[in-house]
Design a protein around this ligand. Structure first.
Ligand code: WTA
Length: 646
């Protein structure tokens, strides 16, 4: 986001207070801020009582920067907390998951049903040799089996690594190899806008480059024809037929790994972010309860895919630990028609909706008629996550979806943070459109400048945390050095999130977006280095530099500048070919918006590509500091070329 927009943001002076009625019934009150600031660890100790522990912990926190351990010696099981313990209460027959498929088919799983399916599948995994500590990769559509598979892994203490179904075979291969997973769970396909995405075929391609996988479990979803490799590939429904229902939940140490989730960083190689059990579960259940003000009769819908952290923390672990009814939808918002979300809210009387700014901006583009023709009066709370929400989208969401009565929680957090760190409390905090407001109780965030000094109110800098929080990542899988160097080395002993922000006179945070080489496309993180290495992998490409360009709907779009090898000429259709190449290598989500060909890229004298200048060119701004540029003529050329092609 550029300075002029920031100025516009900070002059945003609309304020929204929760209604008296909402305030009077809210789960969290302003006492939470007071209590947690007086005794932060005592606050988290108290929150840990939300969970069922097999053995109590002895110490809240062991902090040897940058390594934190929470709830020392405590023993628990995440699956037990999400499923088993509810069976002892009336929730036994409560809907845990209400599912609707893209084609309108549906299923409801009560907590009792979920228990049965999860335990059976845990026994299936056991029979395939999975035990505590083994990694399992999950590559599934948004169907209940994805949740069942995750919980079954958690039940056995086998860390799962869920790969978003939009990732390519090659991305899947790299992530399976990095985790050295023993079992892969996938499906014959996934429905997408009336077509079938061949997940199993992708998996087969991925496995050509993998040695660690012993078995592939295949869920039948689309009836798409697939190849089953004798001995390796097994049908989910056949394995489940005879599986036993009783499978004890493994007692896990609070610091035992719950899952690995890969995310893009500033190098070409995605990082396996590691989350553990105790702190993570305390963090996600507390935030889920308070941020979404969860009530027993809510129908809660988070539109993320389980393949992202939002799905892990706020479709699966937080809501189910809290005994929520989770609505789960397989498809996209525009299939079969552009009112699909509103149809579903009307049909299931959804009360809480948690979605992304990119979706909201898309709905704005389609116009208010679609929501207006549906009954959305069941909604009582709205949430936003994944990227900065511009005030215009915020107001639209408030007006057309929330009927001007629903508080909006704009929640800032990351794969690495595991839980929401900055957010309004819906019954307490006065909101300002475009601001994620203040840190959650028990969380401390700061904005510092390059020198590491806190910036005064009214100015901007880098978002950091000095104190650990329960759900924080513990390490990068198999690469503790990368954990230290990526997150804790910019300033000694300080966690750097990679985002820039300002805070205003009231201490409210306004996120400016990533300040590192990560592009946030429709809320999906893509490393510029990943796209660049996909491009140079093409035999014609010599060099590539990618940047994020502002985009009305997606927030940011990937724009690439490419030089070709000697002997290759720019031909018609070459940009499309390279776009396809990137989509094939990484996944459609990384497909570049624009590709520009140039003879040279602007570089520093030491040979580093100056992306900042490319961003200036792509966004049509006056060029920033060019004093370190090796060859200034490159810029004029690029600028001219870019303007011609636009
Ligand atoms: C961005 C998603 C502004 C931010 C949960 C962060 C946001 C990155 C917000 C993490 C928000 C997330 N306002 N920006 N409310 N929420 N972001 O790991 O740049 O997929 O660093 O986690 O998304 O993306 P990730």
């Amino acid at each position: 986001m550029v300075a002029k927009e920031l100025e516009a943001l900070l002059s945003e002076n609309r304020r929204f207070k929760p209604s008296e009625e909402f305030q009077s019934k809210a789960n969290a009150t302003s006492d939470a801020y007071k209590e947690s600031s007086e005794d932060r660890l005592g606050f988290w100790a108290k929150q840990s009582e939300r969970l069922t522990w097999f053995e109590p912990w002895t110490e809240v926190l062991d902090w040897k920067p940058p390594f934190a351990k929470w709830f020392i010696d405590g023993k628990l099981n995440a699956c037990y907390n999400c499923v088993d313990r509810h069976l002892k209460t009336w929730r036994r027959n409560k809907a845990a998951i209400i599912f609707e498929g893209e084609n309108g088919d549906g299923r409801v799983l009560t907590y009792q049903d979920l228990y049965r399916e999860v335990s059976k599948f845990a026994n299936v995994l056991k029979s395939l040799g999975i035990k505590k500590g083994d990694r399992v990769t999950i590559y599934l559509p948004m169907i209940p089996e994805a949740v069942i598979a995750m919980l079954a892994c958690a039940r056995l203490g086998a860390p799962h690594s869920v790969i978003f179904g939009g990732f390519s075979a090659e991305s899947l291969k790299d992530r399976i190899n990095d985790a050295q997973a023993k079992v892969l769970i996938t499906s014959d396909g996934s429905f997408r806008k009336g077509n079938v995405v061949p997940l199993k075929a992708n998996a087969d391609t991925a496995l050509l480059g993998v040695n660690c996988i012993e078995h592939v479990v295949v869920v039948k979803r689309t009836e798409n024809k697939v190849q089953m490799q004798e001995g390796r590939d097994l049908w989910y429904h056949e394995l489940m037929k005879d599986a036993k229902i009783v499978c004890p939940a493994e007692p896990m140490d609070a610091e035992d790994m719950l899952f690995i989730l890969y995310t893009s960083g500033t190098t070409g190689k995605p990082k396996g972010v590691v989350h553990t059990t105790g702190g993570y579960m305390v963090g996600v259940s507390t935030t889920h309860d308070w941020v979404f003000d969860l009530k027993e009769d809510d129908v809660y819908w988070c539109t993320a895919d389980v393949g992202w952290i939002t799905g892990h923390s706020y479709i699966v672990y937080g809501p189910l630990a809290n005994g929520a009814t989770v609505f789960m939808y397989e498809g996209t918002p525009d299939y079969p028609a552009k009112d699909r979300f509103w149809e579903l809210i009307e049909k299931y009387r959804v009360t809480i909706l948690y979605t992304a700014p990119t979706a909201i901006r898309t709905f704005m583009k389609w116009g208010p008629n679609y929501p207006q023709e549906r009954d959305l009066t069941s909604l009582r709370l709205l949430g936003s996550v994944g990227e900065p929400i511009n005030p215009e989208a915020w107001i639209w969401y408030h007006k057309y979806i929330g009927g001007e009565r629903c508080p909006i929680v704009d929640t800032w957090w990351q794969t690495e943070t595991g839980m929401i760190l900055m957010t309004p409390l819906p019954g307490v905090t006065e909101t300002k459109p475009g601001s994620c407001t203040v840190p959650f109780p028990g969380v401390k965030m700061e904005i510092i400048d390059q020198a590491g000094n806190p910036v005064p109110k009214g100015s901007g800098g880098f978002i950091v945390a000095r104190e650990p929080w329960p759900a924080m990542l513990r390490t990068v899988y198999n690469d503790p050095e990368r954990y230290v160097s990526t997150y804790w080395s910019n300033w000694e002993g300080v966690y750097f999130a990679g985002d820039g922000a300002k805070w205003d006179e009231d201490g409210y945070f306004w996120i400016l977006g990533r300040v590192d080489d990560v592009i946030n496309v429709s809320g999906h993180r893509i490393g510029t280095a990943e796209v660049e290495s996909a491009l140079v992998d093409n035999s014609m490409v010599a060099e590539a530099a990618c940047i994020g360009k502002e985009h009305d709907v997606k927030g940011q779009a990937v724009v690439c500048f490419v030089t070709l090898k000697e002997g290759f000429k720019v031909m018609d259709g070459l940009d499309d070919e390279l776009k396809k190449h990137v989509a094939k290598k990484i996944g459609a989500l990384a497909r570049p918006e624009d590709i520009f060909f140039t003879a040279e890229l602007p570089k520093t004298r030491s040979g580093k590509i100056m992306r900042r200048l490319l961003r200036d060119i792509a966004e049509g701004r006056a060029l920033g500091d060019v004093s370190t540029l090796a060859d200034a003529s490159v810029l004029d050329f690029l600028k001219k070329k870019y303007n011609e092609e636009e």
